[in-house]
Write a protein that binds this ligand. Sequence first.
Ligand SMILES: [Zn+2]
Length: 418
Amino acid sequence: MSLLVKNATLDGQRTRLRVEDGKIAKLGPRIRTREGEEVIDAQGMAIIPGLVNGHTHAAMTLFRGHGDDLSLMRWLQEVIWPVEARLDDEDVYWGTRLACVEMIRTGTVRFWDMYWHAAATARAVEDAGIRATISAPLFDMGDAAGGDGVPEMANRSLEEIGEPRDLVRPALGPHAIYTVSEGALRWIAEASAERDLALNIHLSETEDEVVKCVQDHGVRPAEYLDRLGALGPRTVLAHGVWLDESELALIAERGATVVTNPVANLKLAVGRVFPYRAARRHGIPVGLGTDGAGSNNSLDLLQDLKVLALLQKHEARDPSVLPAEEALRMATGRLAPVLGGSGLIAEGEPADFLLVRTDTPELGVGALAGGLVYAASGSIVDTTVVNGRVLMRGGTVDGADEVVAKVRERCVRLGLTG
Ligand SMILES: [Zn+2]
């Protein structure tokens, strides 16, 4: 069955849009309504591409509001790791469903995930109807003798996530250079190239990580990854806060992508700002992520987009850095093709789009891009369509109440109440 959107505004012009087989089949003011097709009247709304959250740990919605205001290591050791040891498939399933509800409500159509029980994540993603690239966290705590464990973990997780399909893509997720041994990282790099899988890793989040890498390996984190063959066009580096000029040049040369997570970086006080302007000067593809709800704590990408833009301007002492249109392109995945969001509203493109309310105080006057980046939050999204399916209409996601209730039950089970 097809879907017709009428009375919508696209780039300031009134238009109609027909969706068939998960794609934008036709675009233009004179498309006729077909009998029996689903129609959305988008009067007072603009069509924009859906947002891409380039880095998160979706099921960590379970831990939202637990261990806030602690240092990263205390938060992990005292709050997160003890509970993660008790997680089961259903906890991860419902935690991910909650993340999906929040992302759908705030306009995210695709996200990059790294978390335990990846099969449960994949099931939740498909049930929610959103798109995700999913990886299980791989690590052996840097123990070279444990190197055999990582290939086993990786193969098992890939089997559980399954083959690439409409909504789900599998990836390899070595946690970080300080939690995965050299041998295991080499194996992951080879597997990524051989099987054409993305390699999703945290890199250069804190200064300690850089200092330790130089101490242990004699080179900085990006150079170390490159030495292991793990820096290439399929590599997605989360954070990259402490990258220096020579690392940026190397990352650009290898065609790897960096996803910045400004809110999580600020909340955990990592002490530096991702060098966005330098990264772009080198031509590095960049994306935006929230990181997990345990350390952000929101998954509303438009809020983070404002923080990103303001932070970069402030850091550069130059308000012309990261203008609104560019920020919006970044949030829709257009500055980083590997993330998989087309960021375009055009015939033949995947039907992953949003209808945003332009008759609101936030978007009622002024340029749309500036309104979205500086004035609005995710609450401005009225309708979210992914792969041609309407996941939210009129600001309501079906089944959201049940998801919240289920997550509360899971939190009680995990002893995470109060
Ligand atoms: Zn992360």
